[in-house]
Design a protein around this ligand. Structure first.
Ligand SMILES: [Zn+2]
Length: 113
């Protein structure tokens, strides 16, 4: 897959945390969805240097790994808002889909042998 931001329009990117970061209640944050107006690589680089997102910074500070899983190009902030409202980031994340993670509900029970 080629990831090439188009000159017109922004990009939305999905970061995956390994392991997830425990937040309020029983919830575990596993993803960060962000928007970059121009240079998506620079924006992600910034996040990985713990700038701009307290959530990403906290994952890194806890020794977790942050990986880029998906980029949508040629989109606007409305697209980002729509994705966020859907509350199904695990389904948008290729890694989680592959691993069978349903997200936000703790670890899955072991798969039947
Ligand atoms: Zn994921």
């Amino acid at each position: 897959m080629t990831v090439r931001p188009e000159p017109s329009g922004g990009s939305v990117y999905l970061l995956h945390f390994e392991p997830g970061l425990p937040v309020t209640g029983n919830r575990v944050a596993r993803h960060y969805l962000g928007f970059a107006e121009h240079d998506v690589d620079a924006r992600i680089e910034q996040r990985l240097r713990r700038r701009g997102s307290p959530l990403v910074a906290a994952v890194l500070a806890a020794g977790g790994r942050v990986t880029l899983e998906r980029v949508w190009t040629g989109v606007d902030r409305g697209f980002e808002r729509r994705l966020k409202r859907r509350h199904e980031k695990p389904r948008l994340c290729p890694r989680c889909v592959h691993d069978g993670v349903t997200g936000g509900r703790g670890p899955l029970s072991p798969a039947p042998a």
